[in-house]
Design a protein around this ligand. Structure first.
Ligand SMILES: Cc1cc2nc3c(=O)[nH]c(=O)nc-3n(C[C@H](O)[C@H](O)[C@H](O)COP(=O)(O)O)c2cc1C
Length: 202
């Protein structure tokens, strides 16, 4: 079984989502036995923003630089690794009310018409179904449905929508929120989310 583990936080060792993805992957290894794991640290080694030059190269143009050629290769590998994975564990910090730009750059490489979705007579159809996605969500404040900031929640809802668009509906969130409210709240949120990770089913 193949597991893709992605971290996208820019906060290094202080990252909450990195702690949570590590706990989730450890739990999945415990319940599944040995897994073939691919790890992408997109906080440390981000993919470039998708650009016109990327799209031109996808249409057959010669990449205009060695850096672009390398980034195209990494983007292609990211897509293949995503398609091959049975389980995907995603670290998804909330930055400015949505996902990190590093995670968005990865999403831009895996949402590819003809590979992971297509448009047909009945509308869009996801082509990447059958995978399980577990998202480690971390955020400084609270964004539940009854909170004053609920309308600014464009992180978990966005991810749920993107994966559904690709045909993936088995999406689980392990969430630590309110981590910037106070040190006590931060610790309580991390402890609860880590305990939740330790209970994940196969
Ligand atoms: C650049 C930046 C933007 C942030 N924007 C928000 C935000 O819009 N809403 C929020 O609740 N917390 C915000 N935070 C707090 C983070 O969500 C919080 O620190 C969380 O732990 C980030 O996950 P990480 O620790 O894995 O990086 C922001 C933090 C940073 C560094």
């Amino acid at each position: 079984m193949k597991l893709l583990h992605i971290d996208t936080s820019i906060l290094g060792e202080n990252s909450v989502s990195r702690q949570l993805t590590a706990a989730i992957v450890a739990r999945l290894q415990a319940v599944h036995g040995p897994l073939e794991i691919r790890y992408l640290d997109l906080g440390a080694e981000p993919l470039a923003h998708l650009s016109g030059a990327h799209l031109a190269a996808a249409q057959g143009a010669t990449p205009e630089s060695a850096a672009l050629a390398l980034d195209l290769q990494r983007g292609g590998e990211a897509l293949e690794t995503f398609l091959a994975a049975d389980i995907i564990v995603v670290g998804a910090p909330m930055y400015n009310f949505t996902v990190s730009s590093q995670l968005k750059a990865w999403i831009d490489r895996v949402c590819v018409a003809g590979k992971t979705f297509r448009y047909g007579d009945t509308g869009p159809q996801g082509l990447a179904g059958g995978k399980k996605v577990i998202i480690a969500s971390s955020r400084g404040g609270f964004y539940g449905p009854q909170t004053p900031a609920a309308a600014l929640e464009h992180q978990e809802s966005y991810l749920r929508g993107v994966f559904a668009f690709l045909g993936i509906t088995a999406v689980t969130f392990v969430r630590a929120e309110g981590v910037n409210i106070s040190p006590d709240q931060r610790q309580a949120a991390i402890t609860a989310a880590t305990a939740e990770a330790a209970q994940l089913a196969a």
